[in-house]
Design a protein around this ligand. Structure first.
Ligand SMILES: Nc1nc2c(c(=O)[nH]1)N[C@H]1C(S)=C(S)[C@@H](COP(=O)(O)O)O[C@H]1N2
Ligand SMILES: [Mo]
Length: 398
């Protein structure tokens, strides 16, 4: 079925009309900056609430964590005004530094419980059918730490089909767990033993065989930037950033769970659940992205105001916006979409009074999920900062 809004948005002469409601800032509109700007990413160890300090839930990093080197290139929300995030403005999460890889000698190895081990050069990967997917990547730590509130971006990724390569390698019957190993490595202390550990994540064979997954060598029609995984990274649309392993070195098929730091020690959400009135502390590995949204900016033209933002982490069906705790208003969604891409939205804000205002958004998806409020047990019972997809307020002064 053809949706009328889409036709209007794409139809030449009518395009101007649709633009009026577009979530993108229009010429002549002025951005009203948020008053609650995040602090800059601090140097040295991450400052966290007591309950989140390393050692309380995990002991992993040797030496201090240096978030100035781990979390990079964050943009102000006010500046995120394009559906595709340009490569030079895409956030970067770099746990062990950026490995320098020669594309001429690069190879990707597929090994472990397979009938046919593979070794593919970059040229061989590029010779396979090219697949493209537009997918929004969010770091699961986004909005869990006060200084990282915009670690999210949307890009068009291109590469070879992961399922096709796995099929070529022919996993053995007992090969059920697929581990993706990066070139980057660091020292990790586990029970007094120091090991040199590569960045790694794993998925089940079922999840790996999703036709959307690619071994990606292009980001927005250019080679991957060094910090975003050059020359080859995994793109698994619909999963949090951490699952999208960069600087891919090896794919290993195994018959046991992979319990590396980024599966089983960090990126583990600890949550208090009540089961028959009894506390149960669940510990779960960060995986699929959760439904969420954020107000990106307030704009004005004369005395006409609008609030704009994005929603992602599911097939978004609706976004609502609340000002100063009032009634929820339905926002209009932009027509640009892909199964794994964020939706831009906008809502008119007629005649705000002078002074400070709070703005909250909430997303709904086609499966009947709602982005949880801050007091939802899913959010309130969570003791670690990952998967902070709850509704969050931003503030402006008019
Ligand atoms: N090899 C490797 N892959 C990695 C990481 C890393 O440090 N090393 N960081 C992960 C995390 S936590 C996130 S959020 C995403 C971020 O992707 P980006 O840096 O391209 O934005 O990469 C993931 N892939
Ligand atoms: Mo992340």
């Amino acid at each position: 079925m053809i949706n009328r809004r889409d036709v209007v948005a794409q139809g030449g002469a009518m395009a101007g009309l649709a633009m009026l409601n577009s979530a993108f800032a229009q010429p002549g509109e002025q951005v009203v900056p948020w008053t609650d700007q995040p602090p800059s990413v601090p140097p040295g160890p991450i400052q966290m609430p007591q309950a989140m300090k390393p050692g309380f839930y995990w002991t992993v990093a040797t030496g201090p964590l240096e978030p100035d080197k781990i979390i990079r290139n964050l943009q102000r929300w006010e500046d995120m005004n394009s559906w595709i995030t340009p490569n030079e403005h895409f956030f970067q999460i770099v746990h062990y530094g950026i490995p320098v890889i020669d594309p001429g000698t690069y190879s990707l190895v597929v090994t472990g419980l397979v009938e046919q081990p593979l070794k593919l050069s970059l040229d061989q990967l590029k010779a396979l059918p090219r697949k493209q997917v537009t997918s929004t990547i969010e770091c699961s730590g986004n909005r869990g730490l006060p200084f990282a509130i915009s670690a999210v971006g949307n890009a068009e990724w291109a590469g070879a089909s992961l399922a096709q390569i796995l099929q070529q390698a022919k996993p053995k019957k007992n090969g059920t767990e697929i581990v993706f190993i990066g070139h980057d490595a660091g020292d990790e202390v586990i029970r007094d033993v120091t090991i040199r550990s590569n960045f790694g994540r794993s998925m089940t064979l079922d999840d790996v065989m999703s036709p959307n997954n690619i071994l990606c060598y292009e980001m927005n029609n250019a080679a991957l930037p060094a910090a975003n995984g050059f020359p080859v990274r995994l793109i698994v649309p619909g999963w949090y950033g951490v699952a999208n392993v960069k600087w891919l070195k090896r794919i290993e098929v195994r018959d046991t769970r992979y319990m590396g730091r980024f599966m089983a020690r960090d990126y583990v959400t600890v949550r208090e659940e009540k089961i028959n009135g009894e506390s149960f502390w669940s510990e779960s590995s960060v995986g699929r992205m959760l439904l969420t949204s954020a107000p990106a900016r307030v704009v004005k033209q004369g005395d006409r105001y609008r609030v704009m933002g994005m929603a992602w982490g599911g097939p978004v069906s609706r976004v609502e916006v609340q000002v100063d705790g009032g009634t929820w208003q339905t926002a209009s969604l932009d027509s640009q979409k892909g199964d794994f891409a964020w939706r831009f939205w906008s809502v008119d804000w007629p005649k705000p009074t002078a002074g400070e205002h709070s703005i909250v958004s909430r997303a709904f998806d086609t499966n009947g999920n709602v982005q949880p409020p801050a007091n939802d047990p899913l959010i309130a019972g969570k003791k670690t900062y990952w998967e902070s997809n709850g509704q969050t307020a931003r503030h402006v002064r008019i």
